[in-house]
Design a protein around this ligand. Structure first.
Ligand SMILES: [Zn+2]
Length: 494
């Protein structure tokens, strides 16, 4: 008797295992489909007249069925039977019976795990934390969260190829570097405003709903693509309409008129609205979408194929939406950073000019020394001397932290009512005098400042009015104090 199977690895494993005489080890139970494998091997050892062979599957896609060999025809027939059973959603929630000799099963959430046990356990543990995070972040209720078709979402993530994975992860969790987010790092360098309209704060939603006419073009492109894709995979027209309405109303900021939705899918509208149509765009679909699609196919006697129902159908549409979102992200980035090399260089220059002008606005809050060390006389002088973006960015990288530190230092001293040395002494010489512009790194100049005597640069004021540090209540007291303390230098010694 000859047995054929299109799983070549299984045939090899069975033929190898039937030759082995060693007892079963505990780790053998971690092999994929161990329960079936051990049963086949055990029976094969009892029936040596049975031989196992590999047959290539799906040969009917290349050769007419009547021209195939008998094993190939039987394989095609077996595939159809297996496919019919697989399409029945009811069996998915049934725990598999334990076959004799299996000895142990991994059961998770009432489902038998037949392969990739370690990965399943790791995923199960991480998924729990991830779901808790998503619930907290989106504010979704427990019931709405449980209503999401996570299998479709998972399939879409795993099969998304139209953009980088890092984009998808940030997009799904609201971490795309939009203006609102990046302005927290450096509000001068990264403005929070939308690059395409007057919106002062660009957040994740505004990135998708920006009213700029050029930016809104993707809405129409998305709807057209969705309509074509859905029609090509036998989508229920009522589901297609709801899908387009839902997206359109979310993008427009309005609500779907419930009376326009057929009664038979009203529960879907309620479920998806509870989950949120923003989450719909993120691939968090209600479970009712795939259920209603399968019911539509069966009701209208449309052949159930791989692409027109279940996870393939839903993930196909979800990936299409994400593909359009990624294109829109690239459009938004062009608006922010420029379209071509020349445009990008111009944007860089504008950003550097803006940052430097903001720092020059802070110049009066710096000490006189810092003003002379770090700044040109005017910002226009600065731009005349440094004309390219790279030089300006280098200046910013070098001096911005020191300028901000200087301002903080002066502010702290002011809070403690400590006067600056500039307030007491005139600066009579700049460092270095021949170089008012900050072209030498301060790390090289600092030793010069600290090693030379301070009188190289400063001359005491001819103070006419008393200052807090030199203030004395009366002339008598000052005379008394100076006479008792010979180290104090009095302006007019007795
Ligand atoms: Zn905008």
């Amino acid at each position: 008797m000859q047995v054929y199977c299109d799983n070549e690895a299984l045939v090899k494993n069975v033929n190898k295992a039937r030759e082995q005489s060693r007892p079963q080890f505990p780790n053998d139970a971690l092999k994929a489909s161990w329960d079936v494998l051990q049963a086949v091997v055990r029976l094969a050892k009892l029936l040596p007249q049975i031989t196992f062979h590999h047959i290539k599957g799906h040969q009917d896609t290349q050769v007419a069925l009547d021209k195939l060999s008998r094993p190939a025809k039987l394989n095609v027939q077996a595939d159809k039977l297996a496919g019919s059973y697989q399409r029945l959603s009811s069996h998915k929630n049934i725990q598999a019976p334990m076959i004799d000799g299996t000895k142990c099963h991994l059961i998770s959430d009432g489902q038998t795990v037949a392969s990739k046990h370690r990965k399943h356990i790791r995923d199960h543990r991480r998924t729990k934390e991830l779901k808790t995070y998503i619930k907290q972040k989106t504010g979704m209720s427990e019931a709405a969260f449980a209503d999401i078709d996570w299998q479709s979402h998972e399939r879409s993530v795993k099969t998304f190829k139209d953009g980088p994975h890092i984009f998808l992860v940030k997009f799904l969790h609201g971490w795309l570097p939009v203006g609102k987010l990046v302005s927290r790092y450096n509000p001068v360098k990264y403005p929070s405003a939308c690059p395409s309209c007057d919106e002062p704060v660009e957040d994740s939603k505004h990135f998708l709903t920006c009213p700029n006419p050029e930016r809104r073009k993707w809405h129409a492109a998305l709807k057209t693509s969705l309509r074509h894709r859905c029609e090509s995979v036998d989508t229920d027209p009522a589901l297609l309409d709801l899908l387009l309405w839902g997206l359109n109303h979310w993008l427009q900021g309005t609500t779907i008129p419930a009376h326009r939705v057929p009664e038979r899918i009203a529960h879907l509208l309620h479920s998806q609205t509870t989950i949120g149509w923003d989450n719909f765009l993120l691939g968090r679909w209600s479970r009712h979408w795939t259920t209603l699609q399968l019911q539509y196919l069966q009701r209208n006697h449309i052949e159930v194929k791989k692409k027109n129902h279940g996870l393939s159908w839903s993930s196909n549409i979800i990936r299409l939406m994400w593909d359009h979102c990624y294109k829109e992200w690239k459009t938004r980035n062009s608006a922010r950073h420029g379209k071509d090399a020349e445009d990008k260089a111009q944007r860089r220059l504008e950003t550097a000019h803006r940052s430097i002008r903001d720092l020059y606005d802070l110049k009066p809050r710096c000490s006189i020394q810092a003003q002379r060390h770090y700044f040109y006389p005017t910002v226009e002088d600065h731009f005349r001397r440094d004309t390219d973006a790279r030089s300006l960015e280098n200046w910013l990288e070098t001096y911005q932290p020191m300028i901000m530190q200087n301002i903080r230092h002066r502010r702290d001293n002011s809070d403690r009512r400590l006067r600056q040395i500039d307030d007491v002494f005139h600066l009579i010489r700049t460092v270095p005098p021949s170089n008012p512009a900050p072209t030498v790194a301060p790390r090289q100049r600092t030793p010069t400042l600290t090693t030379r005597p301070i009188t190289t640069y400063f001359r005491p004021h001819r103070i006419t009015s008393p200052t807090p540090t030199l203030e004395t209540p009366t002339t008598t007291a000052r005379t008394s104090s100076t006479s008792n303390n010979p180290t104090t230098t009095a302006p007019h010694p007795p």
